[in-house]
Design a protein around this ligand. Structure first.
Ligand code: G6P
Length: 614
């Protein structure tokens, strides 16, 4: 999730842009850059914090009343100075900042290379800026028209702002799938990814809609057209939130914001990787290792914490759908237990941060034994991403809340895509059935949205209110939902400090059943799938001992509804997609309980977002 700030007017742009970037720092990023127009465009970029950029440009005479600035969260290419934004077009006449992912950048890039364009960076953004320049010159159109034509050729998501020395009084901004806000000053304009950099200058804003292009000329009214060249009447709103509310998107905590971001983050994890019409699934980053995965004696997944739970879901997915042998290991155990690893093994390391010390050490060990190492990370260019032979990024955007939510569902999304891809290559699922699986997966973001909406009417808060003071919680699930139970329990433990355990539901009778009495809430993940009846029996066993049952069920379920104290519904889906849908109410349950207990949800005691020590 990159941060965008831009200004055009009659004030010096540089301080406004730097301050704006600082306001966006909460989003997390790996590099930053700025372009200022004063006759020609001057661009400065650095790796690291905005403070580094400030230091870098200190003493340089940067004066100009139009400029664009960017904090980058890498998606294509390492986080380094060259890949940082803004990006110039080849002639250096246009400079562009971009938030999002352009899926067809490789095809567009090839075409531009054949027309003589040379690329400096690995980014999809440099492709877009050169595409715009190419259209402007070859079709001899004005810049805003060139932008419009270029955007019609682009597949993917973007929020962009363009600065050009040929149009020194104008900025062009456009969006599709990534947010962009325009602040309307007296005779100037501010543009940003969210309203935080704008709020101190003006309260009048326009939220650009998908496929809209804004042409903002200093001292003049602005114009909005659609990608189809239809003029739109802008809807100007007045900002009501203060700065800290704005950073959290109106939520009280980053964790809740991130829970609600999941329809988008899951969509971003799938973007360009699945096509239910052609029946194709691809994970570009591991394409060269597909054969290795297919012929591997076994796949060993290594991870810690929530990522280990994603790995467990991965085991069910890869064995069930792709029929490959999988083992899942805690990285911390694996690294010290003298494991048997051979050159025929493929190790998949999963890590949100890409910096977890135990996971890194486990990778080094497996590598030294000749195994092939693939990574599933959220942070581009992180240590784990660099230490692996290849990998797939989860593209969930930066996660600020210490308790992982959207990064977990993005990891499971990537593992699901991997299982589907291997199944496709192996041809072990009949074509019609395979197409069905893909269609269902494509609907996942909408179903996640539905889960968030259905349960937004206070049901989860009501459950939280009833059980907020208990000392113990049990989470039970079977099959694909056993790891969901583990993750649900971990979420509660992490942020509410209530002791919670996750168990395979059938294992309850081998121990945990002794704990059940009228004070024990038991969360069951009981979708109407797989071994549903057996889970219902487990629920009855708990009820018979006066336990309290909170059940996650499939929409329309009546059997569990009759016995459970509370039911939370999720939409019907294929079994292999339930873990993602079922995790979401559990994240919300943990959140509400933690808030009611007065805990610091985003920064729970004793925990860290990135554990870089053993
Ligand atoms: C810490 C975090 C957890 C995370 C775990 C693994 O314990 O608090 O949320 O699951 O590390 O982190 P990773 O970045 O490797 O996924």
């Amino acid at each position: 999730m990159c941060g965008i700030v831009a200004y055009i007017g009659y004030k010096n742009a540089h301080p406004i842009l730097i301050k704006g970037l600082q306001r966006l720092e909460y989003r997390g990023y790996d590099s930053a850059g700025i372009s200022i127009l004063n006759g020609k465009i001057q661009t400065y970029k650095t790796v690291g914090k905005v403070a580094e950029l400030e230091k870098y440009i200190e003493g340089k005479n940067i004066v100009g009343e139009a400029g664009i600035a960017h904090t980058r969260w890498a998606t294509h290419g390492e986080p380094n100075q060259i890949n940082a934004h803004p990006h110039y077009s080849q002639s250096k006449s246009i400079s562009l900042i971009h938030n999002g992912i352009i899926e067809n950048y490789a095809t567009l890039k090839e075409e531009l290379i054949s027309r003589g364009y040379v690329f400096e960076s690995d980014t999809d953004t440099e492709v877009l800026v050169n595409l715009i320049e190419d259209i402007r010159i070859n079709e001899n159109v004005l810049l805003d028209e060139a932008v419009r034509i270029a955007l019609c050729q682009v597949v993917g998501a973007y929020a962009i702002v363009i600065l050009s020395d040929e149009h020194p009084n104008t900025l062009i901004a456009a969006r599709k799938g990534s947010p962009l806000v325009i602040g309307i000053g007296e005779d100037d304009y501010y543009i940003a990814s969210d309203a935080t950099p704008i709020v101190e200058y003006t309260k009048n804003v326009v939220y650009l809609e998908d496929e809209e292009i804004a042409v903002l000329t200093r001292g003049q009214d602005f114009k909005i057209v659609t990608n189809k060249n239809k003029e739109k009447t802008p809807y100007v709103q007045e900002l009501e939130w203060n700065l800290s509310e704005l950073e959290k998107g109106g939520y009280d905590h980053f964790m809740m914001k991130e829970i609600y971001e999941q329809p988008r983050s899951i969509r971003d994890s799938m973007r360009g990787r699945l096509n239910s019409i052609t029946g194709n699934v691809s994970l570009g980053g591991i394409i060269d290792y597909e054969q290795k995965l297919l012929t591997a004696k076994r796949i060993i997944i290594i991870a810690c914490g929530t990522s280990w739970h994603a790995g467990l879901v991965g085991e069910y997915l890869l064995e069930d759908i792709a029929r490959v042998t999988v083992e899942v290991e805690y990285a911390s155990e694996f690294r010290y237990r003298n494991p048997i690893i051979t050159e025929d093994d493929v190790v998949i390391a999963i890590s949100q941060s890409g910096e977890t010390a135990d996971t890194l050490a486990a990778i080094d060990l497996a590598k030294s034994k000749g195994a092939t190492i693939l990574g599933i990370c959220n942070v581009v260019g992180s240590s784990i991403a660099r230490a692996t032979h290849a990998g797939s990024y989860t593209h969930a955007g930066p996660e600020i809340g210490v308790a992982s939510t959207k990064a977990f569902t993005a990891q499971v999304t990537v593992l699901t895509l991997m299982a589907l891809r291997l199944a496709q290559l192996k041809g072990n699922i009949p074509k019609a059935r395979f197409m069905q699986l893909l269609q269902e997966m494509e609907q996942l973001p909408e179903k996640v949205e539905k889960v968030l909406k259905t349960n937004s009417k206070g049901l989860v808060s009501q459950i939280a209110n009833k059980y907020k003071d208990v000392n113990n919680f049990l989470y039970l699930g079977r099959g694909y939902n056993f790891p969901v139970a583990l993750e649900g329990a971990l979420k509660l433990k992490e942020i509410s400090y209530i002791h919670a355990e996750g168990y395979p539901a059938a294992e309850m009778k081998h121990g945990p059943i002794a704990l059940i009495d009228e004070n024990m809430p038991v969360v069951f993940i009981a979708p109407y799938l797989g071994i549903y009846e057996k889970v219902v029996s487990n629920i009855q066993e708990v009820k018979a001992r006066k336990g309290n049952v909170i059940a996650i069920v499939t929409e329309g379920d009546t059997t569990v509804k009759e016995i459970a104290d509370f039911v939370i519904e999720i939409p019907a889906t294929e079994e292999y997609l339930v873990p993602i849908l079922a995790s979401i109410p559990l994240q919300k349950l943990a959140y509400h309980i933690a808030v009611l207990r007065g805990c610091n949800v985003d920064m729970p005691r004793n925990l860290a977002k990135s554990v870089t020590v053993e």
